[in-house]
Structures are given as C-alpha cells and as structure tokens.
Design a protein around this ligand. Structure first.
Ligand code: SME
Length: 158
C-alpha cells in the first residue's frame, strides 16, 4: 500500500478506527519486523487522533522497556505491576484510566497527561508488550478505543 493514510475528516471516532484498521493491516501483514510495525501503529494513532503520547513498551526480562513512540520523551523502564503499564502486564487486560491522578501508583512521565489507556499485546497468552496512549484531556478513552486498539495490536506478531 502507499505510505499515506486516508481518513475522512468529518468521520466519527468509530469510523476513523474502522478506516484505519484495514490500512494498517495492509501495511503490517507482510512486514516481519515488529519494531517497524509498532512504529507505524504509534504514528498512525498520533496522526489520526492527535493523542498527547502514543507508544509501546516491550517486555524485556523483568521490565517493560520503552519502544517505538510518538510524543515527548518518556520513562525508559517500568517494573512488573508498577504504574498503569506494569499493572496491565500483570492483569493481562486493557486498563482505561479516566483520571490518572486517581490511579494509585500512576507513573507520571508528563504532568500534562490526564487520562490514559493501556492495551496488552498478547501472543499465546503471554504479554509481549503494551500499547500506552495518553491524553491531555480527562476521560478521553472509552470502550470504542479499547476495542479498536486491541484489534490494532492483534496485527502484531511477536
Ligand atoms: N503513565 C504510565 C507510564 C508511561 S508514560 O505515560 C508514557 C504508567 O503509569 O505506567
């Protein structure tokens, strides 16, 4: 496919995700390098939705290690069970945090981040990475974001 995204400007959030999904599938399915694929997923979510921060942390040994991302610099390593990302790794399920100040142990990479969603990237029941998306607005993420972000990360093949 061409390296341009085509997303209708006046589309709803669901319509934007529905348009984005097959385009990213086309970009990712023949590319075996998962770093490249994570980079394009992060870039696409940033481009289409202009979230404050979009990125991946990969499971490397006992830590999550910062991977491809779009946005300001961020913390490099997160331990198992720590913060929203480490909790998602531990619980193996998507976490939606409407107000990061209300999440015990939230790791504030930026004081501008107000709400957050973290989606596990699973392979054979094992968490290989997490997708972390931050917004500078409170209560930015809902089940539609969770549904489509889970679909997007299922395109990855570790
Ligand atoms: N807030 C995350 C840390 C990563 S940054 O948001 C990029 C957490 O609590 O795990």
């Amino acid at each position: 496919m061409a390296e341009d995204l085509y997303i209708p400007n006046d589309a709803s959030k669901r319509e934007k995700y529905e348009s984005l999904l097959p385009q990213l599938k086309g970009l990712i399915e023949d590319e075996p390098d998962q770093i490249a694929n994570m980079a394009n997923i992060a870039a696409a979510l940033k481009e289409v939705f202009n979230f404050f921060w979009v990125g991946f942390y990969r499971v490397v040994g006992e830590s999550l290690v910062l991977g491809p991302f779009q946005g300001p610099i961020a913390c490099t390593r997160i331990s198992y069970g720590r913060g929203v990302c480490g909790t998602t790794w531990k619980e193996k399920k998507t976490l939606i945090v409407p107000d990061v100040d209300q999440f015990p142990g939230h790791i504030a990479c930026s004081s501008l981040s107000k709400s957050e969603i973290v989606v596990p990237v699973m392979q054979d029941g094992v968490v290989k990475a997490v997708l972390d998306v931050d917004s500078d607005k409170l209560d930015c993420f809902d089940e539609t974001d969770a549904f489509f972000m889970e679909k997007l990360v299922s395109l990855l093949n570790f």
